[in-house]
Design a protein. Structure first.
Length: 88
């Protein structure tokens, strides 16, 4: 009974650690892309917040500091509760 429990524990540990690496890598991608996107924003903390939300959902951020939203249709089409564009 003990060897099978140890094996199950090791398998769970490996799967959990690999998922953690993917999550950390994904947030690093969004952080760097949003930092670039929001570098000229007037309200940088708000820009970074909403860019991060959009990036996590869409897995992409348009290039440049403004415009180019055609590069990422999900990012372009996301709307807030008032029907205005959510992503900077």
């Amino acid at each position: 009974m003990k060897p099978s429990f140890v094996a199950l524990f090791l398998v769970c540990f490996v799967l959990t650690s690999s998922l953690f690496e993917v999550t950390v890598a994904g947030s690093g991608f969004c952080d760097s892309k949003c930092e670039k996107r929001c570098e000229k924003a007037g309200v940088k903390d708000r820009c970074l917040k909403y860019c991060g939300i959009c990036c996590e959902k869409c897995k992409c951020v348009p290039s440049g500091t403004y415009g180019n939203k055609h590069e990422c249709p999900c990012y372009r089409d996301m709307k807030n509760s008032k029907g205005k564009p959510k992503c900077p």
